[in-house]
Design a protein around this ligand. Structure first.
Ligand SMILES: [Zn+2]
Length: 811
């Protein structure tokens, strides 16, 4: 019979110098008071049994751990610390296995105390490594095992009384009280204790984590007060605030109020709870550990798994008291979760690093340095040789996956891959918030392979390089994220090919209230689309958010009483309840064909992605006149221009005027980064200028400065009522630049809107084929505000600055 000795070693042990445990002399103390000496023959964690050979017996005795109070290995064992582990850990972890005080109270109220080189826990109980003499070179311990069934309570590490006394010179009665309270809290079966305190045996974390066990379950507020980081008043204020906003964690409220910063909170938690603060970049995390938490969960909760030990998953999180996140992760992974702390930047870095591919980009750059070009050969000879294919393919796959995942995570809308002739690198650029920036440059050798890989993923013809192609990539087939891309290739000079990929935001629908509409525009819009039938259009250039707006309106209309059909290309946002059709012109299912089919399918509301041609527009008008609400988009610049465009498509003016409900023109303007925008008080000249920009859209062009001035003065007086402080001063903002916004000073975008409602007068003018400029003025008279005017309102509200409003409002 083979002996199974599953006794753990102290934390941070050098396993190469591990003591031999088989046949160790052992003393077993039974619960009933009996004591037996012998040799340890088996220690079986799973079965909860040990076997010993008693000195006088020839037979082994099997003992249930349940019957044991404690077991000592009587021979001292030599303990060697693994110096390589200590050295490799540059993190803030207290990895050095300091001797810790322990005090075990057994169920029979006897006590055991001493100093231990850390602790280990298995499913049956607690292992202590009681100090047995040590000097500079040699440390010895006695291995003690205490089954959980015999433990009343335990204290390991710094004791609560010591902490209080050290920090604040609390009078000793209070310390007594605190210790009693803590013991009361500890008087639980070890099983429960483990669930609540989650002791982890992982090498580098063990020593630090074991300190946590003796910590009382303090609340964050009390911890911060005890560290003199906040006052009682601060806490009361914040708790009051929390009553109104229950979703918000206390720490967040305190940070928002500027009372404390995140680092201070983390340090206080590390000190009081004994939760280690780790530097993730120091940890070597293997892919199988990363796979323990799927990317979507990791990004959602901002956690990074670090290691897995005995079924416990150790993961880094910014706030280790975020029980909601930890519970969700425990539920999803079906594992004990042991949180350790890391900074938000570290976590973000690690998420990018581990959940995309390895440091593939750097590896490629290194590779390039090593591989000098063969000058004799023609440049294009680097197109892949047969024998290179397998290795290179692997790298190419990783590069493309990383590009796509990075683009998605950086919030880019498009990826441009631009190969160049000769040795010039392949430039990869991302478009985000409307602007392009260089993501990375790859060695010229990779150009063909990169393009080919994308063509394979998009099911294009790889050999066809002279004609443009289009296709789609469903990325979840290739990588760990559900991203859809629309891909276009274009032949460029020197027989090269460019690729542009549009990332289809598998979109959440945004409520109408979150579109950035002014209150006036929002109310007029909702009023317009509440009509049971008619035609409503959203216009603007590509990427101006037309589809998002239409879907918000659909979301508003979407209920059990309406049948809503949509024809889209592509379907970027899905909403439960909508019946959405993907247009596919290759098989003859274009917008017009879809519309025709919808009319036979009992619709209330029809959304058509775009009115590209006269046929679709004509059908849209017809459908809206036969009792349906039709929503669509037009590729035009302004509300008035849209009217003219449709009439130019030979629409019948009477029918069109009859059908039209309204037209919303829109743009997206870059918002000032909320983190770094700098406030200033504009002088009178700047206000006059802003008011002039606002007013000139409304006044006849022949008005001179003198004729404009009264309007400008009125407008500024009106602004003073709405936007100025009590003393009549305005606050505007300038861009600065910080980490949050890549030093650009701008982050995110907000919609600018121009909503023309088809009033009876407007309808008359449509029938009369009135020129666009006149229609525009009529609409202004009736309360429409231009895109630029809407933008200037948003400047006064502090979201935007004039240069970027101007940039998107140029006609
Ligand atoms: Zn910024």
């Amino acid at each position: 019979m083979s002996d199974i000795i599953e006794l753990p070693l102290p934390p941070l042990s050098d396993r190469d110098n591990a003591p031999i445990l088989t046949n160790s002399a052992v003393t077993v103390f039974y619960i009933n008071g009996r004591r037996v000496d012998g040799k340890l023959r088996a220690f079986k964690v799973e079965e909860g049994k040990i076997r010993i050979l008693q000195a006088q017996d020839k037979q082994e005795t099997e003992i249930l751990m349940y019957d044991i109070k404690a077991m000592h290995l009587s021979t001292p064992l030599q303990w060697v610390q693994d110096m390589s582990l200590i050295k490799s850990s540059k993190s803030g972890l207290k990895t050095c296995a300091e001797l810790q005080e322990f005090l075990i109270t057994f169920k029979d109220h006897t006590k055991l105390r001493g100093k231990t080189f850390g602790t280990r826990v298995d499913k049956n109980g607690l292992h202590l490594f009681k100090e047995h003499g040590s000097n500079q070179y040699l440390r010895q311990y006695i291995h003690i095992f205490i089954p959980r069934s015999s433990i009343e309570s335990n204290l390991i590490g710094d004791q609560i009384g010591d902490i209080l006394a050290k920090d604040h010179n609390v009078p000793s009665e209070e310390i007594e009280l605190a210790v009693k309270e803590q013991q009361a809290a500890r008087a639980k079966p070890l099983g429960e204790f483990l669930v609540e305190n989650k002791i982890v045996n992982e090498k580098q974390l063990q020593a630090a984590l074991s300190r946590q066990k003796s910590m009382p379950n303090l609340k964050l507020g009390e911890i911060l007060i005890s560290e003199s980081l906040i006052t009682e008043d601060d806490l009361e204020d914040a708790l009051e605030h929390q009553k109104r906003n229950r979703q918000k964690p206390l720490g967040e409220i305190l940070v928002d109020k500027g009372i404390i910063n995140r680092d201070q909170i983390q340090q206080a938690l590390a000190k009081k709870l004994g939760i280690p603060f780790v530097h993730i970049q120091e940890f070597k995390v293997t892919p199988d550990i990363i796979n323990q938490i799927p990317a979507d969960l990791a990004f959602k909760h901002k956690v990074v798994p670090l290691s897995l030990h005995e079924g416990k998953l150790i993961l880094a999180i910014e706030n280790p008291m975020d029980w909601t996140a930890l519970d969700a992760l425990r539920f999803n992974t079906n594992k004990y979760i042991e949180p350790v702390m890391a900074s938000a930047e570290d976590i973000n870095w690690a998420l990018q690093f581990h959940y995309t591919s390895d440091d593939i980009l750097h590896r490629i750059d290194d590779l390039e340095d090593e591989e000098a070009f063969d000058d004799g050969a023609h440049n294009d000879s680097f197109s892949f040789k047969e024998e290179d294919v397998t290795i290179s393919d692997n790298i190419i796959v990783k590069i493309i996956n990383k590009i796509i995942i990075d683009a998605h995570q950086q919030g880019a809308s498009d990826v441009h891959i631009e190969p160049n002739p000769g040795r010039t690198k392949v430039v990869v650029r991302f478009r985000k918030d409307g602007s392009l920036y260089v993501y990375h440059k790859f060695p010229a050798q990779y150009r063909n392979a990169l393009i080919s890989r994308i063509k394979v993923m998009a099911r294009m013809d790889i050999s066809e390089k002279r004609k443009p192609q289009d296709g789609k990539i469903s990325f979840k087939k290739f990588g760990p994220a559900n991203i859809e891309l629309r891909v276009a290739t274009l032949p460029t000079a020197n027989e090269l090919e460019d690729v542009v990929m549009r990332i289809l935001t598998s979109g959440k629908n945004i409520p109408v209230n979150a579109l950035g509409l002014s209150i006036n525009n929002r109310d007029r819009l909702l009023d317009a689309v509440s009509k049971p039938y008619g035609l409503f259009l959203v216009c603007g250039p590509t990427g101006s958010g037309k589809t998002t707006t239409l879907h918000s309106v659909l979301g508003h209309l979407n209920n059990a009483e309406r049948k809503i059909w949509t024809a889209e290309d592509p379907i970027e946002i899905t909403q439960p309840g909508l019946r959405q059709v993907q247009v596919n012109p290759k098989i003859g299912l274009d917008f017009a064909a879809a519309m025709r089919a919808f009319l036979r399918a009992d619709p209330d509301v029809i959304m058509v992605g775009e009115m590209r041609d006269a046929e679709t527009a004509g059908m849209g008008i017809e459908a809206s006149l036969t009792g349906h609400l039709v929503l669509s988009t037009l590729h035009t610049n302004s509300a008035a221009e849209s009217l003219v465009r449709l009439l130019d498509m030979e629409m019948d003016p009477f029918n069109f005027a009859d059908a039209l409900i309204g037209i919303l023109a829109q743009r997206l303007a870059k918002t000032l980064c909320p983190n770094c925008k700098r406030s200033y008080q504009p002088d009178d000249q700047e206000l006059q200028h802003l008011a002039h920009e606002y007013i000139k859209d409304m006044l006849p062009p022949h008005f001179g400065a003198a004729e404009q001035q009264p309007y400008i003065d009125d407008l500024i007086a009106d602004w003073r009522n709405h936007h100025a402080n009590k003393r009549g001063g305005f606050t505007l903002y300038k861009p600065t630049g910080c980490n949050d916004c890549n030093d650009t000073g701008y982050r995110g975008r907000i919609g600018l809107h121009e909503l023309m409602i088809a009033s009876p007068k407007i309808k008359q003018k449509i029938v009369a084929r009135t020129p666009a400029a006149e229609l525009h003025f009529e609409a202004l008279n009736e309360g429409m505000r231009t895109l630029k005017q809407d933008g200037i309102e948003k400047i006064l509200q502090g979201y935007l600055d004039l240069p970027h409003v101007r940039a998107v409002c140029i006609r």
